[in-house]
Design a binder for this molecule. Structure first.
Ligand code: FES
Ligand code: FES
Length: 166
């Protein structure tokens, strides 16, 4: 018989009201069906497309392969939590807009969450490296050239800002 668990997820800096969920519910379904946050997208639901990428404790994870219970007590960040509190977009979001790095936009939240982590991990040093470390994020529209350009630009911007603040 399915077990129910009560979770208090901490998402984008705020604790959600307690959620009583079947222990097999994925983080993706918990977000999309039990909170108002539908930014993480369900593409394949089996770990193949990256559309569901979110951060757990700063690391990118595929939320379709993560149980909600595994994220209990962790800091979860979704695309909705990336902009600054005053609404200023994150540098990666701005770069995606500037480079037209999307068409239908379905893969975009996952691409952006992966790109933020990729840059933070230090894996955006060249176009080849960006392509390799973003390879888990598929784009059916084939916007890859623009996505790589956006990640490259955002990485320069963020790394420049990091040097200036030292
Ligand atoms: S929906 Fe999670 S990897 Fe495709
Ligand atoms: S922009 Fe359509 S799937 Fe990537």
């Amino acid at each position: 018989m399915a077990q129910q668990q009560t979770l208090r997820l901490r998402i984008n800096g705020q604790e959600t009201p307690p959620l009583t969920l079947d222990s097999r519910v994925t983080l993706l379904d918990a977000l999309r069906e039990h909170t108002p946050l539908t930014g993480a997208k369900k593409g394949c639901d089996q770990g193949q497309c990256g559309a569901c990428t979110v951060h757990v404790n700063g690391e990118r994870v595929l939320s379709c392969l993560t149980l909600a219970a595994q994220a209990d007590g962790a800091e979860i960040t979704t695309i909705e939590g990336l902009a600054a509190p005053d609404g200023t977009l994150h540098a990666v979001q701005q770069a995606f807009l500037a480079h037209d790095a999307f068409q239908c936009g379905y893969c975009t939240p996952g691409q952006i969450m992966s790109a933020v982590a990729c840059i933070r991990e230090g894996h955006a040093g060249s176009d080849e490296e960006i392509r390799e470390y973003m390879s888990g994020n598929l784009c059916r529209c084939g916007a890859y050239t623009h996505i790589v350009a956006a990640v490259r630009d955002a990485a320069h911007h963020l790394q420049g800002a990091a040097h200036e603040s030292v």
